[in-house]
Design a protein around this ligand. Sequence first.
Ligand code: MCN
Length: 792
Amino acid sequence: MTAAEGIGASVRRVEDPRLLRGAGRFVADICLPGELHCVLVRSPHAHALLRGIDAERARRLPGVIALFTGADMAADKVGSMRPLWAIRSADGRPMAEPPRWALARGTVRHVGEAVVAVVGDTPEQALDAAEAVDIDYEPLPCVTDARAALAPNAPLLHADAPGNVCFRWVRGDEAAVQQAFQTASHVTRIDLVNNRLIGGAIEPRAVLAVADMAGGRLTLYSSTQVPHHIRRFVAEQLGIAEGDVRLIAPDVGGGFGYKGKYYPEEIILAWIARKLLRPVKWIAGRSESFVADNQGRDHLTHAELALDGDGRFLGLRVETLANLGAYVSMFGAAIPSAIYSALLAGVYRTPAILVRSTGVFTNTAPTDAYRGAGRPEACYVLERLADQAAKELRIDRVQIRRRNLIPAQAMPYKTPIGPTYDCGDFPKIFARAIELSGYGGFAARQAAARRAGQLRGIGMACYVESSGVAPSRFATALGARAGFFEAASIRVQPDGGVQAMLGTHNHGQGHATTFAQILSSRLGVPIARIAIVEGDTDQVPYGTGTFGSRSIAVGGSALDRAAMKIIDKGKKIAAHLMEASADDVTFAAGQFSVAGTDRRVSFAAVAHAAYVPANYPLETLEPGLQETAVYDPPAFAFSNGAHVAEVEVDPQTGEVSVVGYWAVDDVGTVINPMIVEAQIEGGIAQGLGQALCEHCVYEASSGQLLSGSFMDYALPRADAMPPVVAELDESQRCPHNPLGAKGCGEAGSIGAPAAIVGAVLHALEALGVTHLDMPLTGERVWQAIEAARRHD
Ligand code: MCN
């Protein structure tokens, strides 16, 4: 029964039939009697003083219930939105935390910042009224680029962040790095842009707030990845008890990291619902999402790699300017500092590393996690350097990597930049990816392409990822203001069915299936009899949420532990039923047995007895069968992999086609290979988007978002995806969690940009093109080809 369904089986996702039949229940599907609709008036200016707000004309329009401004929230003493993770600069000073108000007070600092909340009987009436609100803005000079924001005469965003600097993070050993550069026989230097990205999930963000008139409880439905964080944040901002807030994240149509953050709308809607004592709903429009959602990446990096004559890495120096946008979002500061810098050793044995990362305020939407969050940026720096160094030293790109990979025998390996990798066979994974890609036959494929008038290139990227984002110890030491553990409860029903409640959240990852598979393996119950509950703070004991590819390694481990507790209790019940000692009872394949006898009872019989406690020894055995476990891992789970991409470039148009993609990933124990492969492929699609077409662009002079719709911001389409050959290597199971699993949800987005850019530059090598910044649009590539030709 369970072998076909348990850990390791490619079970089809049990949640899909419901979603495919349109029976999903997203926030917009929840319609409550008497509900009102909120529309937010947003700043059209990137930087302006709010001189006055005249809402009288709007107030008189039909169906308008109320209008609220920042002043109204100030009068109710609603606090400012504090980031969840606050780091310290190298000099020990705390980072700048300028206030961020849910509705602007006094100044707006990016296009799209919410200024007035309009509440109407219908969305259309609220929208009409929003258009009738007159706001007197006094525009101020703006700055959108991180380097420009650091210039001495740049417009200043926050009085309490001089020079627009939020933090200056430094990690590593400066003296050791200096020495490495002095002894190096070669130094490779590179300047990189890690382009700003927009999330673009299929379901825009949405909030529905309901204040219970009688008891004062607040129920908030939100399309979020992190229900407990939002509950805490809303309670804190509104000054109410956390237990008086129920956060429900129902079906959520994708999150990609940017829905894993709290936003002004959650606080605005919750506050309005409590004022009006009627349900209030806000559903983001697609264009609104472009300016109101967090965006991702946006790094400017200068990196230098010191090498010896054989291409061995001796030292690495990285300087990054991270564009934080107008305010520090929840994890906005941690990503380009703690998370990014921790991975700058990557899979390589670089003995000395120094990283400086400066967080900069600009008049753009805040940046925060976007699939990968700091890890794709780190991988991109290392892999671009490796390619460039190989070219300069005339060493094959495969060779230079092989010479520098950390060998499996060196595990556990303490990197000079912080983390200790506990396991991983990077050379084996890389060798397999190269073999799988048919690297040896590339020259023939390239020649054939050339005959057809196409330029063909091959590129590769090795990555290591700090998945299973958790260790509370690590996060709090570096400034996190929350624990990062996960909790799971299992309730065995009297009929032997199982319900499990977890603090993670499923918005496309297949948790309902994979978590059921874990329980099926452990408890011997068919997955059809297992229900997974996530996304309701009243049902789930506690949780941190889903991000940082943490659900399996942290949530799955909590679930595994809870299952072990169920088995332990089950043994006591079985011992009672079979009149044996609990120490003699074993459990396997859904049966409790007395060792050395043929006496056994089924899991279902034990469940039944738990609720019909006849003759129970009540002093030592409680009726019922439910258990909770909490898991806070001692370390990250370090997933790793090697990705190879092959591209063709049309020299006439600059158009790039990815014609082949091979991925070998080590995510430890694989619960569901089909889901993991699909997760990796989904990540590759996002990485391909970053590499080739996605680009969030602000006009420097006005701060207007130029890529404010899907006509201007190009998501990759299905036909841009190559056939992906994905292989999973389970030989290196995570040694510190009970499942041995490492995360996979971000793997593709980490490896793909560097592999694809490397492949395009390889294709263009013969033309003399040496550098290109993402995205490698046809136009950008064509310009580079033309420039190289002119140069000849
Ligand atoms: N899994 C497994 N075996 C492993 C590792 C994972 O079977 N060794 C399964 C898990 O049980 C889970 C899935 O693969 O069903 C992903 O697990 P994990 O790597 O733990 O990642 P999370 O579930 O925590 O998901 C977060 C991750 C992130 S950070 C982003 S961003 C992301 C992503 O996953 N956003 C997504 N995948 C996404 N997929 C969809 N469809 N939509 C998004 O918004």
